[in-house]
Structure formats: structure tokens, C-alpha cells
Design a protein around this ligand. Structure first.
Ligand code: ATP
Length: 332
């Protein structure tokens, strides 16, 4: 990990970037209050990396983050900045960072946010520490990302509600959940919601295999059947899967529900608030220590750091193989 021992850190900035996630506000609060406790000046940046370019900085104090621990979204707003991907854009960003005498930056976001931080701190002398914030849980260097637990709970609540109506009409429901190329939400919420089948990006499920599972469910006289479809699975999403199944079993009363962006919102769970608070606190400590170009994450109950380049380049995610096996047994 790059170390920045020379410079004493006096003033830092915090931003949120990429997709928003519940827990980002709790994390901003932790960063701001830890910085103040450590006698640092702290600035917020609106709209992520675009805000660095547009000089959208403002001074923060402990009251700037009052009553936000319970709020979804991000008070700092977020943005996807194409300009930051250019050398000229990052030069403007760095000039503004210098103009405000910022000695270190904390970026909260997903893999794109990590990449942006890495590129900036490779080009310029600015220590950056990143905090994993995305509902998808698809980041290396942490067991859990901010927002993942809340999103799981949101999906479980939706499955429970859909189950009520599915059971009342003997219906087959396909529920599509977020997670991009990772199946964490699908697997975990599927198990917790008692799904009869779960289609994951990590494991191809041919339609014939699914129809066998559905035949099995029908033999067992199930009054409702719920199939969770991860958005990144290989059959092309819940509508496509439903169409293919309908071609084979036209007697089924099939419905599709795409949960979409409601999975990104809502008040953060207790687990997300606590994780956000721990990671926010530790990110400031890492900046003070002189760490640069790293992420802070959680492994078991321990806060750990990972070099940004490792976090960016490790993109293989391993789902819990035991849980995948158990999910099938529970669907009997
Ligand atoms: P999510 O996982 O929710 O999509 P994310 O952080 O991956 O979040 P992105 O939009 O991919 O979201 O990335 C956030 C921002 O990071 C981009 O809008 C861009 O400004 C910056 N960024 C991404 N990739 C690069 C890159 N290669 N070089 C410089 N900046 C980048």
C-alpha cells in the first residue's frame, strides 16, 4: 500500500460516487465526525467526481450530518462523470483539490469509483481511501458492501408480499432482482424468502433444468411457486425465462415482477449503519496514518485494508456453495 508519511494531514474531503446505496449517509456522518474528533477540517463534495471538476465543495461540521444516519440515498448526491475519465477532467479535479488545500480524499462507491480514485492518485499526489458502497456486494476486499444488507431485506419483504398473492391464485412468479454480474442478492434473499428456484449469473441454469424443478414443485402440490432471477443470469432476465417456461407449460398462470430501483432505496438496516460507521471511522484513521490508494472493508468482525489495485483487479466472486446446495434442498 502506498504510504504518504511526509505530509501531515490537516484537511480532507469526502464524496459519494456511482450508484447510491443505503448506508452511504451513515458513512458520511462517520467520516465527518471522526475527522472533527481528530481535529481535521472536512469538506463535502457534491455529485462525486463531477463535483471535484465543477468545484462543488462545501465545508462540513458535526451538524451538517445531523439526523442522516437513518436516511437512504446520499446527501452528497452522486453522479456518473464521463469527464473524470479524461486526463483534462482529472487535471481540473486536482486543481480544485489543491485550491481548497485538501490533503486527502475519501470516496464512497463501487468498482468504477475505486478505479477513478486509483487513476487520480496515480497521476497526482493525493492520498485516496475508498469505502465499498453498493447494494451488489460485488467488491473485493470486504465481506459486505454498504447497502447490501438493506437491499436483501427489501427483496425479502417483496418476496413475502408476492407470496401472499401467488398463493391465493396458485401462481408461478418470476421475480427479477438486482446485483449486476453477481448473484449475492438473488441467492441470499432467495433462500431467506423461501424461493423454489434461484437463477444466478455464476451458474448457468438451462430452461430444461428449471422446468424439471417446476414439475417437481407441482408434484408436491405447492400452492405457489417463486423463482428468483438475478438480473445478470444467462437466460436474459425474468421476462425471457417466463416466456420460455410458458412455451413448455402453458397451463401455468405466470406473472413477472421486476423489483428494480426500489432495491436501492430505503432506510438502512442496523447492519448497514454499523458497517458504515466502522468503515467511515477507519477510512479517516487510514488517511491520518498516511495510507493511500487503499480500500477499507470488513472481514469477519475485523476492519481490513486492501490496495486499490487489488480491489479493482480481483473481479471473481465466489458465492457460498453450501448455501446454493441448501437452497435446493429447502425447495422440496
Ligand atoms: P455502481 O457499482 O453502483 O455502479 P460505481 O462506483 O461502479 O458504482 P461507476 O459509474 O462505474 O459507478 O463509476 C463511478 C465514477 O467513477 C464514474 O462515473 C467515473 O467518473 C469514475 N470512473 C469510473 N471508471 C473510471 C476510469 N477508468 N477512469 C477514471 N474514472 C473512472
Amino acid at each position: 500500500m502506498k504510504s504518504n508519511n511526509v505530509k501531515k494531514i490537516k484537511k480532507i474531503a469526502v464524496l459519494t460516487s456511482g450508484g447510491d446505496a443505503p448506508g452511504m449517509n451513515a458513512c458520511i456522518r462517520a467520516v465527518v465526525r471522526t475527522a472533527i474528533h481528530e481535529k481535521l477540517e472536512i469538506m463535502g463534495v457534491y455529485q462525486g467526481y463531477q463535483g471535484l471538476i465543477d468545484d462543488n465543495f462545501f465545508a462540513m461540521n458535526s451538524r451538517s450530518v445531523s439526523s442522516i444516519i437513518n436516511l437512504g440515498g446520499t446527501i452528497l448526491k452522486s453522479a456518473r462523470s464521463e469527464e473524470f475519465k479524461t486526463k483534462e477532467g482529472r487535471k481540473k479535479a486536482y486543481d480544485n483539490i489543491k485550491k481548497h488545500n485538501i490533503d486527502g480524499l475519501i470516496s464512497i462507491g463501487g468498482d468504477g469509483t475505486f478505479t477513478g480514485a486509483n487513476v487520480l492518485s496515480n497521476e497526482y499526489d493525493i492520498p485516496v481511501v475508498c469505502i465499498p458502497g453498493t447494494i451488489d456486494n460485488d467488491l473485493y476486499g470486504t465481506d459486505f458492501t454498504l447497502g447490501y444488507d438493506t437491499a436483501n431485506n427489501t427483496v425479502i419483504e417483496a418476496i413475502d408480499k408476492i407470496r401472499d398473492t401467488a398463493a391465493s391464485h396458485d401462481r408461478l412468479f418470476f421475480i427479477e432482482v438486482m446485483g449486476r454480474d453477481a448473484g449475492y442478492i438473488a441467492l441470499n434473499a432467495g433462500v431467506a424468502g423461501g424461493a423454489e428456484a434461484i437463477l444466478l449469473p455464476e451458474k448457468e441454469t438451462p430452461i430444461e433444468e428449471l422446468t424439471k424443478l417446476l414439475e417437481y414443485a407441482a408434484e408436491k402440490n405447492k400452492t405457489s411457486t417463486i423463482v428468483i432471477v438475478a438480473e445478470g443470469e444467462k437466460n436474459g432476465g425474468a421476462y425471457n425465462v417466463a416466456k420460455k417456461v410458458k412455451e413448455k407449460f402453458d397451463f401455468y398462470d405466470i406473472k413477472v415482477s421486476i423489483l428494480g430501483h426500489l432495491q436501492r432505496g430505503g432506510t438502512p438496516s442496523s447492519a448497514d449503519r454499523i458497517l458504515a460507521t466502522k468503515l467511515g471511522y477507519n477510512a479517516v484513521q487510514e488517511i491520518i496514518k498516511g495510507s493511500a490508494q487503499c480500500t477499507v472493508g470488513i472481514r469477519g468482525s475485523k476492519v481490513v485494508t486492501t490496495p486499490l489495485s487489488d480491489a479493482i483487479h480481483n473481479t471473481e466472486f465466489k458465492l457460498d456453495a453450501d448455501l446454493m446446495k441448501i437452497a435446493k434442498i429447502m425447495a422440496m
